[in-house]
Design a protein around this ligand. Structure first.
Ligand code: FES
Length: 178
């Protein structure tokens, strides 16, 4: 039937139920997940509210201070800033994924403990992730390399964090030689 030109425009809406949306497949800490919910959902809320991986912290709606950093394909990425829809086939590593399968801490985690670089701990997961990214790029990071990290610590642990990153670099180099 021909449409009446005087009829008001109709705006179609997508009422496809979430359960039949195409899934978004990704890996998180080496495990496979399929997200069938809202593709606009920030990764941070998927991690914390859906998977209950609450090591990654909320640091503000723009990821201020780096507490919400995770690795996406090896690169430090703000989990509040990336929607699930952008993560198809990506590999995400959160702070929970840094230890090995037997629960042995990564040398970087151990270095934070050994250097007493943890105050209240709120910022620590973000520092660990940003430091992993840095150590993947620079085997022997300088103070100025470390100062490029976006992380903030309200407990004043920056100096000890710097020592921890250097300790981890040394230990990782030694581990690579062994
Ligand atoms: S350890 Fe408390 S904010 Fe950094």
């Amino acid at each position: 039937m021909a449409q009446d030109p005087a009829a008001p425009a109709i705006h179609e809406t997508d009422i496809t139920p979430a359960s039949v949306r195409p899934g978004i497949d990704l890996q998180i800490n080496g495990e496979h997940f399929r997200h069938t919910g809202d593709p606009q959902m920030p990764l941070l809320w998927y991690l914390r509210d859906v998977l209950r991986l609450d090591g990654t912290k909320y640091g503000g709606e723009h990821g201020e201070g780096g507490a919400d950093l995770v690795l996406v394909d090896g690169k430090a990425t703000s989990a509040i800033g990336v929607p699930m829809g952008k993560l198809a086939d990506k590999q995400v590593v959160t702070v929970e994924g840094l230890a090995d399968a037997k629960g042995v801490l990564h040398p970087l985690q151990q270095a934070f403990i050994d250097e007493d670089a943890i105050g209240c701990g709120y910022c620590t997961p973000g520092w660990l992730i940003a430091s992993m990214d840095l150590l993947n790029r620079r085997k022997d990071p300088s103070d100025s390399d470390i100062d490029t990290l976006p992380n903030l610590c309200r407990c004043g642990c920056q100096t000890r964090v710097r020592s921890a990153i250097k300790r981890a670099a040394a230990s990782m180099k030694q581990g690579a030689k062994a």
